[in-house]
Write a protein that binds this ligand. Structure first.
Ligand code: HPA
Length: 242
């Protein structure tokens, strides 16, 4: 069953015909919200708003371990993480949709593994290619079907937040090869890998990253990009289900 982790701007799926509300508690603490199970265009889907509904948890306070566990418990066999991001590459203007193929984790102090020797015995997963190739392909095909141009590939840099970055931090990330910057892609992706659930990211650019253009980043521009962009994200998800 496909699961969607909704990011900022995607805290609900109004067209989802809800059939079951899963509990919020897991052995790792409370998930951001109870997982919603429902039917969208005739297909069973799971939905979890990453920041809760209404949006209440900042990126560094999300219990990623509980969220991914809750989805597994509810029967998820594939996960799409939807993420609002800043565009580091100047060509990635607000509204661009990207399916990254790599990531760099710049976060710190997040509970980031099940294999910590306490909850589960230590294990080192392979994470050379953090996103599932088949699920990425399926997303890219869904974009074509939906008539939405999806950028194929690129490095997602995940920062700790909640503050936005300095221009120098973004310049360094560009030198590292990052095309995108967000705050919520990790440890979600590696936790899914630990539980052997194929995972891919659909990223919506909502602002040029710090220093990419001269103006400061405002919440107003981010909200405007989210409003129009999220409808296109939903179109791609529906095509993926179809
Ligand atoms: N930086 C980090 N995370 C983000 C940004 C950004 O510029 N925009 C949306 N999420």
């Amino acid at each position: 069953m496909l699961a969607i982790i909704g990011g900022t701007g995607l805290t609900e799926m109004p067209d989802l015909e809800i059939t079951q509300r899963h509990g919020v508690e897991t052995p790792l603490g409370a998930a951001s919200s109870g997982v919603l199970q429902g039917i969208l265009d005739g297909r069973d889907v799971l939905f979890l708003p990453r920041h809760g509904h209404p949006h209440k948890l900042p990126p560094h306070r999300v219990n990623y371990r509980a969220n991914v566990w809750a989805l597994k418990q509810a029967g998820a066999t594939r996960i799409i993480g939807v993420n609002a991001v800043g565009g580091i590459e100047p060509a990635l203007a607000p509204g661009a949709l990207v399916v990254p193929d790599q990531l760099i984790d710049y976060t710190s102090s997040r509970e980031s593994t099940y294999f910590d020797g306490r909850f589960k015995p230590l294990q080192h997963i392979d994470f050379s290619w953090p996103y599932d190739a088949e699920l990425r392909d399926a997303l890219l095909r869904a974009g074509e079907q939906a008539g939405e141009l999806l950028e194929d590939g690129g490095v997602y840099g995940c920062t700790q937040g909640p503050r936005l970055e300095t221009a120098a931090e973004i310049a360094r990330m560009a030198r590292d090869g990052c095309r995108l910057v967000g705050m919520t892609g990790m440890p979600e992706a590696s936790l899914a890998r630990e539980l052997e659930i194929p995972y891919a990211c659909l990223a919506l650019v909502v602002n040029p990253a710090a220093g990419v253009v001269e103006s400061e980043i405002t919440m107003a521009e981010i909200e405007a990009a989210l409003e129009s962009g999220i409808e296109r994200v939903k179109k791609v998800i529906r095509a993926l289900l179809g």
